[in-house]
Ligand binder design. Structure first.
Ligand code: 9UX
Length: 68
């Protein structure tokens, strides 16, 4: 299990937080996703044998946000 931080652009309200956390949490291998709106960071805890950071970036981008 690993915890990493993604830098996501354009999340400003609570609905953004819900969309991004929801999209990540439904991925197989992700055990926790927490958006901090103030910093624009998303802390993800995941099983690196099941999912890569790139898979998670794509899921966030599919929601309409840019990931640095
Ligand atoms: Mo809130 Mo986020 O109106 O793209 S859902 S800013």
């Amino acid at each position: 299990m690993q915890t990493k931080s993604l830098d996501v652009k354009g999340m400003t309200c609570g609905h953004c937080k819900m969309s991004v956390e929801g999209a990540l949490n439904k991925l197989d291998g992700v055990t926790a996703a927490e958006v901090d709106l103030g910093s624009g960071k998303v802390e993800v805890t995941y099983d690196e044998t099941k999912i890569s950071l790139d898979n998670m970036k794509e899921a966030v981008e599919d929601q309409g946000y840019d990931v640095a």
